[in-house]
Design a protein around this ligand. Sequence first.
Ligand SMILES: Cc1cc2nc3c(=O)[nH]c(=O)nc-3n(C[C@H](O)[C@H](O)[C@H](O)COP(=O)(O)O)c2cc1C
Length: 371
Amino acid sequence: MNLLFTPFTLAGKELKNRFVFTPTTTSFATDNAEVTAKLADYYRQRAEGGVGTVIMEPGVVDPRGKLTPQSMGIFTEESVAALGGITKICKDNGVAVFIQLAHSGPRGRAAFLGEMPVSPSAIPFFKDEPVYELSKEDIGHVVESFVTAAVRAKQAGYDGVELHAAHGYLLSSFLSPIMNRRTDEYGGSNANRAKIVVDILKGIREKLGNDLILGVRFNGKEYGDQGLDTADAIELAGIFEAAGADVLHVSALEVEVPSLVGVAAIPATSAPGKDHQHGSFLDYARQVKKTVKIPVIAVGKLNHPEVAVPAKVNGDCDLVGLGRSLIADPNWPNKVKQGLLPDQCIYCNSCFKGIARGGLICAVNKELKAK
Ligand SMILES: Cc1cc2nc3c(=O)[nH]c(=O)nc-3n(C[C@H](O)[C@H](O)[C@H](O)COP(=O)(O)O)c2cc1C
């Protein structure tokens, strides 16, 4: 594992090691999407735990794009100061800090949005949740909201932003041949389905030049024969690279969740469970990595030396994403570096239940135990 504690330069920024805390929604913000002391402390613990890069959970770019009732937001001027407090904590610990920019799209719920969730086409994600199909004018507003959020991220001191174009949320639904059935320039070919992401990347570059590192997180494969496959993901990767992305984060939406079968159009999640192998998404990153020049982050049960170390040695990815390992034990990198055994995630996925019900919980981490 110590091979992974070597520095890496990403778009001119030196990262102290190869480990990246991948964005994980906590639902620790207020109902008005504001940062709380609990949320800031959660990131302080992870920044102190030895990880090289933190990609913070989604800052939603619009109140109508909340992922959960207590999603954190970056859609007001007031959010900049509180988020700046967190970026300072990360920087004081020598940790590079990104924020994921997100809009829930069809994965939102009218119950907490106060209005219908939106989507590229009138195809619901949840079978009981009708969605509003965005007009071209609406899409222009969505692009603007992402660009404005990136400007706020820069003001708050982030090294970079990651566009959340994975897991069935709004940008991901545009990329998906299942969810996007548009016949205008935003639908059809991979290039058309990627247009909204390309418009956002270019819009941010126009405003900020190279002052902010730009990442895109997307699915290397999504569940179902009609969904996006790895050949699509490879083509999309080239499109994002050409549009100015500095780093690609290859995730997937292909782990079937029994509780979503019959409920969701794509009954899948992004987090491999107990029965899934370590590194089960690594091949998607490997395939993307072969075709692009920019660095690639891989994710998905990569906390095992027999998977993570060969990934580095073979050059399958540049950076190793850790999600639940750092929920379970914020000191995971420091402990591994010292040859100590961290508290390990048991892949029960109770964390997901927590974020839907008012706050992240963890069966392993005592500080995050269910009350
Ligand atoms: C509770 C929880 C919340 C998550 N929230 C997000 C999110 O907001 N955005 C995102 O891109 N991925 C999210 N993920 C996915 C993780 O970033 C990561 O890709 C996934 O957990 C697989 O990595 P791991 O095996 O290291 O946990 C979430 C995962 C969990 C467990």
